[in-house]
Design a protein around this ligand. Structure first.
Ligand SMILES: Nc1ncnc2c1ncn2[C@@H]1O[C@H](COP(=O)(O)OP(=O)(O)OP(=O)(O)O)[C@@H](O)[C@H]1O
Ligand SMILES: [Mg+2]
Length: 504
């Protein structure tokens, strides 16, 4: 085929937010029917570039052509008309409405002037059949799993006639199995001639699914590595400008005192769990999402109520203690859902970084906030965790997704607490930052902390855990020494198959 006209051509796109240059003259050409991946560090400008294409944000300069025709995309409506649909990093569905209602919102099928429920339901099932995207049309969105939410978002874009689909970090919250399901959908869309733009931090996945890769760094395109010719190392280097893969310094340490003792723990989703975490170790929890790991973390943090069993921190029973008491005593908690539990999105970056520390010296002196100390500590954390912001007084919701996650991690690791519960600590953050967070956890372990690591990323669990516990339907069904763990065997255990010799 002789050089076809790109379906999307973005030329010289510039976008500034105050003093931040999010995009500095970016050129991007997308071929019809391809799967085009956008990768780059947190804050590189990926979401902003896609928001411009989807009509959510307007560029300061630059041109966009669709199928060779210059266009002005000044609203989401306009983007929809051009066949562009976006699935967001944070879902934008209305939780109290049903699947069918959400799907058709704003484009309701009508019958004699009323919402045509049957037609809406048919739309969900027809599209679902065609693209292997099955979601029950009658359930309320508040009851859906993240995988379902995402399928619904994709269905909604298709319902609106999108043939250029933008997926912003669609796999960030998915299990490996769900990710493979999504990839089947993307391949199906491709067979149908649709074009997919895909943002991801998981470079192995990008290499697997993408026809073309564009790497962004600091608002510039820094490379277009060929998926068939490249590897994660090279892509990461283009993203960051240096080598990023760390060898974790993990000296053999003998188990110290018990820092966390969980005995016979029962609560919502957790059916009698017993284990300890000792000083100088990282205990990883491996499991398919939805088997009680979120609930386990929330029980330990005190966010959910314990129905039976006990929780001890350093020998002291905290089962009846409040969240604040547990955290004051000894617990650092990186919650899974940073938007709901980890951050006050409208609050300032500095306030979010220091939350909790505000009420203690040295940030407070004789009842008065010590502004110099506050500024110093904020600056130190921003530096140490490479949080990309021009002004620490800006609201946390002006940060890119990954930079918001870094705030939570920075705040929780700042105080050197002895016990760390880290739930999905690297979700949504770029590969260099993943390595950084893992290294920070390993360093805390080396310094005598106990770490409970809950992660849907089996590679992550295997790379830094001293022991791995496998959770299945709210119970621990196996334990493997970190060094001896093999992904295949863990995978079987995670599926609930226990008659495997895991350390052979
Ligand atoms: N509404 C806004 N106000 C101020 N700054 C913003 C706004 N939206 C984005 N930015 C800034 O623009 C830059 C690019 O952000 P963007 O969200 O595009 O990054 P990203 O590549 O998607 O990162 P991530 O991988 O973390 O999601 C960041 O420095 C971000 O803080
Ligand atoms: Mg983003």
């Amino acid at each position: 085929m002789a050089n076809p006209i790109p379906i999307v051509q973005m030329t010289g796109i510039i976008k500034r937010f105050g003093q931040t240059t999010a995009l500095a003259a970016v050129d991007l050409a997308i071929t019809e029917g391809e799967v085009h991946a956008l990768v780059g560090e947190n804050g590189a400008g990926k979401s902003t570039l896609m928001h411009i294409l989807a009509g959510i944000v307007q560029a300061d300069h630059g041109q966009i052509s669709i199928r060779g025709n210059p266009v002005t995309i000044d609203s989401v409506e306009e983007a929809n008309k051009l066949g562009i649909g976006m699935v967001h990093q944070h879902f934008m569905l209305l939780p109290s409405l049903t699947v069918a209602e959400n799907l058709t919102l704003g484009r309701e099928p009508k019958r004699r002037g009323f919402f045509d429920r049957a037609a809406a339901k048919k739309a969900v099932t027809d599209l679902g059949e065609r693209y292997d995207l099955h979601v029950n049309p009658h359930v309320r969105v508040s009851e859906l799993s993240v995988g379902d939410l995402q399928r619904l978002e994709i269905l909604r874009a298709l319902y609106r006639g999108a043939d250029i689909l933008i997926l912003d970090e669609p796999t960030g919250v998915l299990t490996p199995q769900e990710t493979q399901g999504l990839f089947r959908v993307i391949r199906e869309l491709k067979r149908d001639g649709k074009t997919t733009l895909f943002i991801s931090h998981k470079l192995e996945e990008v290499i697997e699914i993408a026809d073309t890769i564009t790497v962004l760094r600091d608002g510039h395109v820094t490379g277009k590595p060929q998926p068939t010719m490249t590897d994660s190392q090279e892509i990461a280097r283009l993203m960051v400008g240096r080598d990023v893969f760390l060898e974790f310094e993990r000296p053999q340490l003998s188990q110290g005192a018990a820092l966390l003792e969980v005995a016979g723990l029962c609560g919502k989703g957790v059916n009698g769990i017993t284990f300890n975490v000792y000083a100088n170790e990282i205990v990883g929890i491996a499991g398919v999402t939805g088997n009680g790991q979120t609930e386990l973390a929330d029980l330990i943090a005190g966010i959910q109520t314990t129905q039976a069993g006990t929780i001890k921190f350093s020998g002291k029973d905290v089962t009846r203690d409040s969240v604040a008491q547990r955290r004051a005593a000894s617990l650092a908690y990186i919650p899974e859902d940073r938007n709901k539990q980890g951050l006050a999105p409208d609050g300032g970056i500095s306030d979010n970084l220091l939350m909790g520390a505000h009420s203690r010296p040295p940030l407070i002196k004789r009842g008065i906030l010590n502004t110099a100390a506050i500024r110093q500590r904020t600056e130190m954390l921003i530096q140490k965790f490479s949080i990309k912001t021009k002004n620490a007084n800006n609201a946390a919701n002006t940060l890119s997704g990954g930079n918001a996650q870094r705030i939570v991690v920075a705040r929780e690791l700042a105080d050197n607490k002895p016990l760390i519960v880290a739930a999905q600590p690297t979700r949504g953050i770029d590969i260099a930052a993943c390595e950084f967070v893992r290294d920070a956890l390993v360093q805390r372990r080396n310094a005598g902390a106990g770490v409970l690591l809950i992660s849907a990323d089996l590679g992550e669990v295997m790379s830094i855990s001293d022991r791995i516990l496998v959770i299945y339907r709210g119970k621990i069904i196996g334990e493997v020494a970190g060094k001896e763990a093999r992904a295949d065997d863990l995978g079987l255990l995670m599926a609930g198959i226990t008659n495997v010799n895991v350390s052979g």
